[in-house]
Design a protein around this ligand. Structure first.
Ligand code: GLU
Length: 313
């Protein structure tokens, strides 16, 4: 049996965009008869909180999005990330990096030199080939080093079920932060493989991260899952939906009088899943399973009108 998952970060209340993604991930899994797992990506000590986990669980349950087995927390699994890092280090596929965010920004925007990154946000390679003397100097500075992958500007293609083939030049992204915390791009790959996830359904702001994950999967000898990146929900301005936009969390929608089934129907309409069903006002996730058709999913972001945000749908 195949396995899908939803992997929120317990750093706040889920907003309706996250919940719509959860519904999509749940439908992909349930329509295929797959198991569906819930994993909390809680490695960010500064913002991850048990009370956010509790509110996220409550919201998923309220909408009728069920999962199988125990909830998994990344903070309980530090050993398996350490093993994966050790494997990459043994392969000589990593190097230490002492750059601060500011130094990376400045190097990436420098007018000349091969250090200029291939794309916005790309690491420009500053610490890639440090001489032994430079390394000694950096070590003596006492600044903690992050660990990066030697991606060698590999061009990696993945196939997404909604977006087709996506190709990206992968930069030397961080595997372990300076404070010792394993980074998202590593742990997501280790967890998905360890949990047997065969289909990753998540928001399309992570579409360009998937070639990074594919590179790591290949290097660690792990199977690549299938990917489906669903569109985000955007504020009227076109920016990401945020608290300031109005009633964007489930408790706020419930307070406005929206029943959970009405919210699910609104999500399903916005995803393009109820096109031939007429004016369905309320529906359960369960009732969407039999008619679920990946090819119907609307790839445009769902832009919320202020009227929709502030009033009952
Ligand atoms: N934890 C990530 C988030 O909440 C999702 C990561 C993933 O699905 O791979 O945005």
């Amino acid at each position: 049996m195949s396995v899908g998952r939803f992997a929120p970060s317990p750093t706040g209340t889920l907003h309706i965009g996250n919940l719509r993604t959860a519904l999509a991930a749940w439908l992909f899994a349930r329509a295929a008869g797959s198991r569906f797992l819930l994993r909390f990506e809680d490695l960010d000590d500064a913002t991850a909180r048990p009370e956010h986990e509790a509110s996220q669980v409550r919201d998923l349950e309220t909408l009728g999005l069920t999962w199988d087995g125990e909830v998994v927390r990344q903070s309980d699994r530090l050993d398996i990330y350490r093993d994966a890092l050790a494997d990459l280090e043994r392969q000589g596929a990593t190097y230490r990096c002492w750059c601060s965010r500011r130094e990376i920004r400045e190097a990436a925007s420098a007018p000349h030199g091969e250090l200029v990154g291939a794309a916005p946000g790309h690491y420009p390679g500053t610490c890639h080939d440090l001489t032994a003397a430079k390394v000694a100097e950096k070590e003596a500075s006492g600044r903690p080093a992050a660990l990066r992958i030697r991606a060698d500007a590999a061009k990696v293609s993945i196939t997404d079920r909604l977006h087709g083939v996506v190709t990206r030049t992968v930069d030397d992204f961080v595997l372990r932060r300076g404070d010792g915390t394993p980074a998202y791009n590593l742990v997501v790959v280790v967890d998905d493989a360890d949990q047997g996830i065969e289909e990753v359904v998540r928001a399309d702001d992570l579409l360009l991260s998937s070639p990074r994950h594919a590179l790591l999967q290949d290097m660690l000898g792990l199977p690549r899952p299938a990917w489906a990146h669903v569109p985000l929900v955007l504020a009227p301005s076109g920016d990401r939906l945020a608290k300031r936009d109005g009633a964007v969390t489930l408790p706020e929608r419930l307070d406005l009088g929206d029943a959970p089934e009405r919210i699910v129907a609104t999500f399903a309409h916005s995803l393009g899943l109820l096109r031939s069903a007429g004016p369905v006002k309320e529906i359960t996730p369960e009732a969407l399973i039999s008619g679920f058709d990946v090819t119907k999913i609307d790839l445009e972001p769902w832009k919320l009108h202020p009227r929709q945000i502030d009033k009952s749908w």
